[in-house]
Design a protein around this ligand. Structure first.
Ligand SMILES: NC(=O)C1=CN([C@@H]2O[C@H](COP(=O)(O)OP(=O)(O)OC[C@H]3O[C@@H](n4cnc5c(N)ncnc54)[C@H](OP(=O)(O)O)[C@@H]3O)[C@@H](O)[C@H]2O)C=CC1
Ligand SMILES: O=C(O)C1=N[C@H](C(=O)O)C[C@H](O)C1
Length: 270
């Protein structure tokens, strides 16, 4: 089969650049387009030069439609508002849409679900192998340990530029814990604590968010019992782990029927 032609949207961003580097090293895919928002300082520049891999002969454009028309897939780590627009274009072009963007509200997810009627979408709050395995382990631990005896807390730390909280990964891990306990996360999550909160509500799943420096992404799930504590965690040291996962997801999605898939489907951990 020919190499998969991929577009990177948000090409000037932290993840956009990591994605361009990973595609440039791949034998299975080729970069055919790079998109940034209108007014961006990187428009017209060569995407490969911007990502530090030398010229790839792909200028950064602010016009997604003609770029999507010549591609097999799009890798999208941007913002929720941009992602729902790109989901519409990807569905129109009938190409694979890999979504790593986090912080989506229910109205964004509704539009992504609608686009998945026509496009193969793979969406995950974390594209790394390690975190998806961690989610499977958290589900297992939450199932095995009685909710009356073990309290679940999800702790995350990211770099100072991150704009959404809790992280998409923290929410994914919270969902995994809730699934293990056969409860709905929305009914049981405590996202913020401040002031006189009273004692911890039994069965709840708590979140704590730290921001600072250049931290790529640290996550821990603590299962705290009386007299003992289990901590399951993951440390991301390099954004290449997410980019490699996104590329694997695009290749997996090629030729697959339209629908909304997750990284756990891609990795066979579902
Ligand atoms: N699922 C996963 O594995 C991972 C997910 N993420 C998520 O990916 C997203 C991006 O993260 P990161 O790369 O650090 O953020 P950055 O801010 O570095 O990159 C986002 C890029 O998207 C661009 N962008 C925004 N709107 C548009 C638009 N309409 N058209 C084209 N480009 C646009 C931004 O441009 P501008 O700067 O001009 O706004 C920016 O260059 C976040 O939601 C983050 O949480 C990150 C890492 C891993
Ligand atoms: O914004 C980031 O940087 C990251 N975002 C994702 C998230 O919200 O979980 C994944 C990763 O942790 C890095």
């Amino acid at each position: 089969m020919s190499r998969m032609g991929l577009v990177v949207v948000g090409a000037g961003g932290r993840m956009g650049q990591a994605l361009i580097r990973v595609i440039a090293q791949s034998d299975d895919a080729v970069l055919v387009g790079a998109v940034e928002r209108a007014g961006s300082a990187v428009l017209g520049r060569d995407a490969g030069e911007g990502a530090g891999v030398g010229p790839l002969n792909v200028p950064v454009s602010d016009d997604p439609l003609p770029v999507f028309a010549k591609a097999d897939g799009v890798l999208d780590f941007t913002s929720p508002a941009a992602t729902v627009e790109f989901a519409g274009y990807a569905a129109q072009a009938r190409i694979v849409h890999v979504i790593g963007t986090t912080g989506c509200a229910p109205e964004h997810d509704a539009r992504i679900n609608a686009a998945a009627r026509h496009a193969t979408i793979i969406k995950s709050g974390n594209m790394s192998l390690g975190v998806n395995l961690l989610a499977a382990l958290v589900e297992q631990a939450a199932k095995a340990l009685p909710a009356a005896d073990f309290d679940i807390e999800v702790l995350e730390m990211h770099h100072r530029q991150k704009v959404d909280a809790p992280s998409g990964t923290a929410l994914m891990l919270g969902e995994a814990a809730a699934k293990g306990r056969e409860i709905a996360l929305a009914d049981q999550s405590v996202r913020v604590r401040d002031g006189h909160t009273g004692p911890r509500e039994a069965g709840s799943i708590g979140f704590a968010t730290l921001r600072g420096g250049s931290v790529v992404g640290d996550h821990s799930v603590i299962l705290a019992g009386t007299g003992e504590r289990i901590t399951l965690g993951h440390v991301a040291e390099d954004r290449a782990i997410f980019a490699r996962g996104a590329l694997a997801a695009a290749l997996w999605g090629r030729g697959r029927k339209p629908g909304l898939y997750s990284m756990r489907d891609v990795l066979g951990l579902a």
